[in-house]
Structures are given as structure tokens and as C-alpha cells.
Design a protein around this ligand. Structure first.
Ligand SMILES: [Zn+2]
Length: 294
């Protein structure tokens, strides 16, 4: 059976409509995100809560003033500086087609709420970041603050997720599932870390650490973490210091002497910044020195 011209045309329309509907679907895939704030942060499912201007379109992520806001996905940034409600704001157009909104970025020059800063790189936006720049997932985009109508409140990042650049969806589950970074640095550069926390497990060359604080070099930025478990390889050449035994300081301490709950600081070997290293993936971090705190 051959289709008449009208039927064929209708079939073509159906095909076009179908294709259009698929690409604009609100259920379009939002990728696994990088958590958009570095270090300790608190948030709850406050999407849709009643606010002055209607339902809350995102989640408020409470964090210390000037905590680093990170790219949830690789993409292109766009500064937005003309909304009195949003304050210093940034759009991130993700490679997946999802758009992310970063609202209430920092506008203070001191540790107080002085409102003397403007919406520029180094104050609201990440140092050196240019409007229109392409960035990788996990790269710094700005600093958490209280600009716009968050002025005087607790610093937080108002974070929105817009699949296909359409209406906002609830970011909560995406944030729960997001990858947390231990540190953020330019991919390909060299880093070292000091990880402070408690021993979760130690056997052979494998140390698992519940990390409370990360210090990164170059720069020395110190960030509180929330005790996430991080695996570190401790090769035989690594120094293990400060470990007391029944007979005083152990002359040749091994990792097996590190009991669960022991407070330690682990210095990592210099290595190239990769996404795996930033997330503390298995095998990505190796120790040069482990110091047990007295
Ligand atoms: Zn909000």
C-alpha cells in the first residue's frame, strides 16, 4: 500500500512534532552533577517553598562566606549583574543543555556584610574568570555570598537547575547524588594536599580517611569537609610519624598500627590535577607523609 500525499505529509508532521517533543522534554537527562559548593554545606529540599515572588525555584545551599562555587557541569558561563533581587548572578550553560543558575554571589570586601564589592571577577566571580568563558566541571565559578535580596542573611548559594534551558526542576536529588570535590584546581597543574581527619581503615598500603579538612597547595586554601571517606595509597617509602607504641615511639611504624579513629594528617605526593584526584577516587591520591596527632 502506498501512502497518499496527504497521509505522507501528516506522517512527516507527526515525525517532526515527535522529534520536537523529544528534544524539549522536561524529563531530559540532567547529568550527575559536581556539587556546586566546595567544602561543608547544608541544604534542604526548599524547592517550591512560598517566597515573596512565588514558589522558590531552587535550593538554598548554606555555606561559609566566600566558599568556592563550582561548575556543576562543564559548559559556558554568563555573568548577570543587573537583577536587584538576584544580586551578583551567574548562568552556566552546561554541555548537556541543562542551564544552572548561581544567585546571591559575594559582594563583600571584608568578612563583614559591607556590600562594598561589585559583581566582578575576584569578588563575586572566580578570580580570573571571564564572562563567556568555557570551563570544565568542578572549576570555580564564584564565591558564596549574600548579594541581592539575601543581603544581611546567612551567606548561601541559591542554585537552580533548568533542563534544556526550560523551567526549573527541583535540584534536591541532583545535589544528593552529586560528586563532592576535595579541592578545586586547574586540570593539568600540580597539586599537593594535607588531609586532616580520622583513620577509618588501614591495611597494607591502603588508608581510608574520614576527612574533616583539606588544605591545598599552591595557595594553601583551607576548606572544612564533612568527614567523607577518602582512600589514600601509602607506599612503603612514605614517612609515618608521631605513632606511639607500648615502648614509646615506634622505630619503623607501618600502616597497620593506625587504628580506627586515630587523628591524622596525610600529606599527598605532588601530582597532576585530574577529575579523579579532585573527587578523591580510588588510587588517585598517594601519601608522602602521615603524621599522627598527639
Ligand atoms: Zn533561594
Amino acid at each position: 500500500m502506498s501512502l497518499g500525499p496527504t497521509t505522507a505529509l501528516l506522517a512527516l508532521f507527526a515525525l517532526l512534532l515527535g522529534a520536537g517533543a523529544a528534544s524539549a522534554s522536561p524529563s531530559a537527562k540532567v547529568p550527575t552533577l559536581v556539587f556546586p559548593v566546595l567544602g561543608e554545606a547544608r541544604w534542604q529540599d526548599d524547592f517550591g517553598d512560598a517566597r515573596g515572588q512565588g514558589g522558590h525555584q531552587g535550593n538554598d545551599i548554606m555555606a561559609p562566606r566566600r566558599a568556592l562555587a563550582l561548575a556543576a557541569e562543564g559548559g559556558t558561563v554568563k555573568f548577570h549583574t543587573t537583577s536587584s533581587r538576584a544580586g551578583c548572578m551567574l548562568y552556566l550553560d552546561g554541555a548537556s543543555g541543562t542551564q544552572y543558575l548561581y544567585i546571591h554571589l559575594n559582594n563583600d570586601l571584608t568578612d563583614a556584610n559591607d556590600n562594598r564589592g561589585t559583581c566582578v571577577a575576584g569578588i563575586a566571580y572566580a578570580t580570573g574568570l571571564k564572562n563567556g568563558a568555557k570551563i570544565a566541571a568542578g572549576q570555580p565559578v564564584g564565591y558564596v555570598g549574600d548579594s541581592g535580596d539575601a543581603d544581611g542573611g546567612n551567606p548561601h548559594l541559591h542554585f537552580e537547575v533548568h533542563p534544556n534551558g526550560g523551567g526549573a526542576v527541583n535540584p534536591f536529588q541532583h545535589l544528593v547524588n552529586a560528586r563532592r570535590l576535595l579541592f578545586s584546581a586547574q586540570p593539568g597543574t600540580t597539586f599537593t594536599l594535607a588531609l586532616t581527619g580520622k583513620v577509618a581503615n588501614a591495611a597494607g598500603e591502603d588508608l581510608q580517611l574520614n576527612v574533616d579538612q583539606v588544605r591545598q597547595w599552591p595557595g594553601g586554601r583551607k576548606v572544612k569537609q564533612t568527614g567523607q571517606k577518602v582512600p589514600v595509597v601509602v607506599p612503603g617509602t612514605a614517612l609515618i610519624e608521631g605513632l606511639a607504641s607500648a615502648a614509646g615511639l615506634a622505630p619503623f611504624p607501618t600502616l597497620d598500627l593506625l587504628t580506627r579513629g586515630l587523628p591524622v594528617t596525610v600529606w599527598t605526593q605532588p601530582a597532576k590535577v585530574t577529575f579523579a584526584a579532585q573527587t578523591g577516587a580510588v588510587g588517585a591520591l598517594a601519601a608522602s607523609r602521615v603524621v599522627v596527632k598527639p
